[in-house]
Write a protein that binds this ligand. Structure first.
Ligand SMILES: [Fe+2]
Length: 306
């Protein structure tokens, strides 16, 4: 049946219009001074580095690295670092307007970011200590309200990400919680497989048991990052250090989800503070996996219209 013309497009319609971005690298304000020149790397290996995910907040804006990337005509996404998706009143019309303006200036194709609390109390410079959401249905409903509000007021697609943590409060499994958010907000998801692997490990679950609960067709983007295992009082924890040692469990989750993620548009390797010679082999491993699940998509992002 034809959809009435005044009806808001649903996720299936909206995701079909999102561009394929392929394989990307992350950055945050000032990160290039400590590590990689992402633009030089993209020139050197256009087959591996197709877009830049810009971690940003309104206080600092974007740095010269991002400006140079945009000036070179390359695609980006905007990863917010300063809004509480679990607290809908934090998603103000003013924040949405200013963020949409900044994201528009860098040509971001969508908004994404860890979905929890980025600040406690008033937003202020120096915050940015990420707190995960309370895994209860009331919180999922609140987050869905935030996502709908942000999508309406920015006019951009909003893709919440599962944040990293060892301790969660609430009775829901992390995967059930974000499935619930996606359903209520009619939105896509950013699944950080490294964050998910940490959650599974510290809760004593098999890494892959989470995928049964995840609506794979909602996955728009995936993240992969390094993590360092350590022991404390006979328990295993993982430091989400964004180095170049990738947990086997993270690769396993990525391998299991990629063939199922029929609406996937992008994969980011979060590695901007590491040396070039260490990140390139990992990008190559990612390229091979992406090509296997999405043959013919390599290089498409550079042909997408802005
Ligand atoms: Fe991430």
């Amino acid at each position: 049946m034809a959809r009435p013309s005044n009806e808001t497009p649903d996720f299936a319609d909206r995701v079909a219009r999102l561009p394929w971005l392929g394989l990307g690298i992350s950055t945050e304000f000032g990160a290039a001074a400590q590590g990689l020149d992402s633009l030089a790397l993209a020139h050197e290996r256009p087959d591996l580095i197709e877009f830049l995910e810009v971690g940003a907040d309104l206080e600092r804006g974007v740095d010269d690295t991002t400006r140079a990337w945009v000036a070179d005509g390359r695609p980006t996404t905007y990863h917010f670092l300063d809004v509480n998706l679990e607290e809908s009143e934090d998603v103000s019309e003013e924040w949405c307007r200013d963020t949409a303006e900044l994201a528009g200036r860098i040509g971001a194709r969508w908004l994404c970011g860890d979905a929890g609390l980025w600040h406690v109390g008033a937003r202020d410079l120096g915050h940015g200590t990420l707190v995960p959401p309370v895994l209860e249905p009331e919180s999922a409903t609140e987050m869905a309200t935030s996502v709908r509000r942000m999508r309406k007021w920015t006019g951009m697609e909003v893709v919440p990400e599962n944040p990293p943590a060892h301790v969660f409060v609430g009775r829901m499994h992390l995967a059930d919680y974000y499935a619930n958010v996606a359903e209520q907000a009619d939105c896509g998801l950013l699944i950080d497989v490294s964050h998910l692997a940490i959650y599974q490990l510290v809760h004593g679950y098999d890494a892959l048991h989470a995928i049964e609960c995840l609506p794979a067709d909602r996955i728009v983007e995936m993240h992969l990052a390094g993590g360092r295992r350590f022991e404390f009082k006979q328990r295993t924890f993982v430091d989400d250090d964004h180095g170049c040692d990738i947990l086997d469990e993270s690769w396993a989750l990525l391998d299991a989800l990629l063939p199922r993620a029929v609406n996937l548009k992008a994969v980011v390797f979060e590695c901007e503070r590491n040396p070039r010679e260490q990140v390139l082999p990992l990008f190559e491993r990612l390229r091979a996996r992406l090509d296997r699940s999405f043959p013919g998509c390599s290089g498409v992002s550079t042909r997408n219209p802005a």
